[in-house]
Design a protein around this ligand. Sequence first.
Ligand code: NAD
Length: 520
Amino acid sequence: MREVTKESVPFTAAPSLRDTAGMAAALEAARKAQAAWAAMPYRERARRLRLAGTFMSGHIDAIIGAIHRDNGKLPLDALAAELLPAFMSLDYYIRHGKRFMRPQALGGGNLLMFNKRSALVYRPYGVVGIISPWNYPFAIPFSEVVMALLAGNAVILKVASVTPGVGAALAAIFAAAELPAGLFTWAGIPGKEAGPAFIASGMDKLFFTGSTATGRELMALAAPRLLPLVLELGGADAAIICEDADLDRAALGILWSGYSNAGQSCGGAQRILVHQAVYEPFLEKLCALVKALRPGADLGPMTTVNQKRSVEKAVEASLAAGAVVAARSPDYIPEPGDPFADRYLSALVLTLPPGAPAGTAAPVITDEVFGPVTVVIPVKDDEEALRKANESSYGLTGSVWSRNRRRARLLAARVNAGAVMINDHLMSHGLAETPWGGFGDSGLGRTHGSLGFREMLKAQVVVDDILPGAKRELWWQPYSAKVYQGIRAITEFLGGPSLASRIGAIPGVLRIVGRYWSKK
Ligand code: NAD
């Protein structure tokens, strides 16, 4: 499978912005380009972004190669969970973006305001910053850049420092879209410098995807400027396996969502809460699948040695807190010349035997592990499953596995997570139409879908007065007892305690309505 990537040609573009000193010039160029870009008809912006799609379809293997080389991700993971969703999102946003931007008429709220016609109009922010992580280095920034540009913004993008080859691929793709000079900037700035530089630059909104710790730092930095932020952060997702679930599907689904991409998925299943009636058979199935994972073929390496160490530490601390290894995938036997040879980790299934001394303090329960590790926990009923699912400070995604859709939907509505899947997990990031974003420590705001697209736009209200010849509103100066009584009558008419009191207010209302046309 990896031969595909060996043959692929790397992208060679360099970041157009290499240090923070160039930020002011990049922002100025972006502002200039954005004004012209936003003034173009939507169909012209869409036409140019289609060119990016055409370029992408001519370079599929090269893009997969760039993702694999930077991240270690298996080509099939890169194809199914990055490139395929990117194509689908490009098509979806091009087709629906115009509708998301269309002004919306707001119906009248009450009789008194009969003379007002209100609408919501959507305007691009201007210059949008995007900072993206290494775990889905292509799909995450790609769809955000597409949404931002279609909405009429300029973009300054910083990809994770460990994935520069993917940055080069994105630069080549957006270069193919014939964008005005300066509209799209790839900033090759280290993470620690990028946050302060982006925020101080004067850009208009920042989209950050990464760890909760960095998200908090950025929010604090953004506070003095009141810079709007969208924060897509970590997760420690729960999956609830009901006793009526299809256990074969559930085990395969947990395997994919917990162990694909070497478990480095923000929305991967981590805490598997299994109804006690099916705990043993489910655990047996999941353990068998994990033991059969072939490192290098079904299970890739960790992206960085640091991340490998971080997972090892979380596992050690979980074992010290009473967790037990129920299954381990075979060790990786490095192929000669494998650049990722030192980054393989065995996939683990952990359990927490009842009465484990400090079991609930195990990082696999309390923290995001971000590696190929799940913990399987028996629960006695739905209520216990929900309580345990919701005791995490994170709330990114979750899942419910049951053959009874009604029951599953009712349970899903009580899981504290921004997206809950039934009989599936994690994959909604790949559905362009479903907004993505977490509750609690998992972040703020949304990306993807109509809500994500609108995060690229400022909602503005326009209120128009349509009463012909009206010189004033009833409550404008000069004030007088007569005006007070008239407005009091209107208040009584709209909100009086009984029908009789409302009817009784009508003469007072009629006495004041002529004031609309009065010059005095
Ligand atoms: P990270 O926070 O270390 O880095 C994310 C990005 O921010 C990278 O581009 C990095 O270079 C940059 N960065 C680092 N420090 C920075 C700083 N002080 N100021 C500005 N930028 C900075 O996260 P990571 O390790 O790259 O990614 C893994 C994390 O991302 C996990 O917690 C994962 O759950 C989360 N994640 C969340 C989502 C989501 O949609 N909610 C998606 C993918 C990953």
